[in-house]
Design a protein around this ligand. Structure first.
Ligand code: ZN
Length: 114
């Protein structure tokens, strides 16, 4: 999805736009979206007899994002790791699709073919 749609001739641009809209529609229909960064951390808890003392560190997954100018983070329960990773990925795809459609609109204005 790294094609540069903005420099396509108008007929190809239409086909490209159609593909983008189709993908967007599919994603909107079934996907959940999460605008955040995933932050994986492993740590040692400090208890002498814990498994982490022999190298098996505790894994933690956190969501990090900004809201109202403040960074906030959220611990993700292991049961939700797969879903949350998918939601974050969905958001990124969604954003990219919208950006590409925006580029097409930009070019349409530039070419005066509304
Ligand atoms: Zn431990």
């Amino acid at each position: 999805m790294t094609d540069n749609h903005s420099h396509l001739p108008p007929n190809l641009r239409k086909a490209s736009e159609f593909k983008l809209r189709t993908k967007l529609r599919e994603l909107l229909k079934d996907g959940n979206f999460l605008h955040a960064t995933l932050n994986e951390r492993s740590r040692v808890c400090g208890k002498k007899n814990c498994k982490c003392a022999s190298g098996e560190r505790h894994e933690g997954l956190y969501l990090v994002t900004k809201r109202d100018g403040k960074v906030r983070q959220l611990y993700v329960h292991p049961d939700f790791h797969d879903d949350v990773r998918q939601w974050v990925a969905n958001y990124q795809v969604l954003q990219q699709l919208i950006n590409e459609l925006s580029e097409i609109s930009w070019q349409r204005v530039a070419d005066r073919e509304m």
